[in-house]
Design a protein around this ligand. Structure first.
Ligand SMILES: [Zn+2]
Ligand SMILES: [Zn+2]
Ligand SMILES: [Zn+2]
Ligand SMILES: [Zn+2]
Ligand SMILES: [Zn+2]
Ligand SMILES: [Zn+2]
Length: 212
């Protein structure tokens, strides 16, 4: 009988499950090439080493690891989990960037009227009151802000077909999505963003840019 059974080497293919569909080379995936080292954001406790965490089921029983990231609290045995968990944090970091915050299901987000607080893992937009549990909505919502930024930089404000623009005699009011120039006294209205370009004159007359 051959004695090679069990001696087969296993290779782990670690997939980057980036929600953006692109493969991102992250700091931790580069470090993974070195099997022997600890990844950033983890602490190792040897067998019989007291991790001093009363809630830890591995404490003083087995060599184990703690994730040291704020509000995480993930504890595990086995190095493979460390790589996977580091990737989880990389994915979340790439998703929330600096305009969203993610809250785990077990944590309160401290937003008084949030229906997800303490019940589901969810995200809060840091620029408005938007929140969601679906991570794909985070990117979509970020795009929405990007569009609003372009609109306000052009000197307009958008009104959806269900929003009352309160402009007297506006023929688009509560009928279709449209944009009003925000400069006082100007009644310029457009229905598409491409039409804003032709209204540059108003920006020059009323805006902060004073031409010679
Ligand atoms: Zn522990
Ligand atoms: Zn963690
Ligand atoms: Zn919340
Ligand atoms: Zn927002
Ligand atoms: Zn209107
Ligand atoms: Zn105008």
């Amino acid at each position: 009988m051959p004695t090679a059974s069990g001696a087969k080497k296993r290779f782990w293919i670690i997939e980057d499950m980036s929600p953006f569909g692109k493969r991102r080379k992250t700091a931790s995936s580069r470090k993974m090439l070195d099997e022997g080292m600890m990844l950033e954001g983890f602490r190792r406790f040897d067998l019989y080493e007291d991790c001093k965490d009363v809630a830890c089921q591995f404490s003083l029983k087995v060599t184990h690891y703690h994730c040291t990231r704020e509000n995480c609290g993930y504890k595990f045995c086995g190095r493979t989990h460390m790589y996977k968990h580091a990737q989880h944090h990389d994915r979340v970091d790439n998703l929330v960037l600096d305009d969203f915050k993610r809250f785990k299901a077990s944590l309160s987000c401290h937003f008084a009227d949030c229906p997800f607080s303490g019940t589901s893992t969810h995200f809060h937009c840091l620029r408005c009151r938007f929140r969601c549990t679906d991570s794909t909505k985070v990117t979509a919502h970020r795009k929405h802000h990007g569009k609003q930024d372009v609109i306000s930089a052009a000197g307009f404000r958008q009104f959806s077909s269900s929003a009352d623009c309160a402009v007297p005699d506006c023929k688009y009011k509560l009928k279709c999505s449209h944009f009003h120039c925000t400069h006082p006294g100007c009644r310029h209205t457009v229905v598409g963003m491409s039409q804003m370009d032709s209204h540059k004159l108003c920006l020059n007359m009323f805006g902060d840019t004073i031409l010679d």
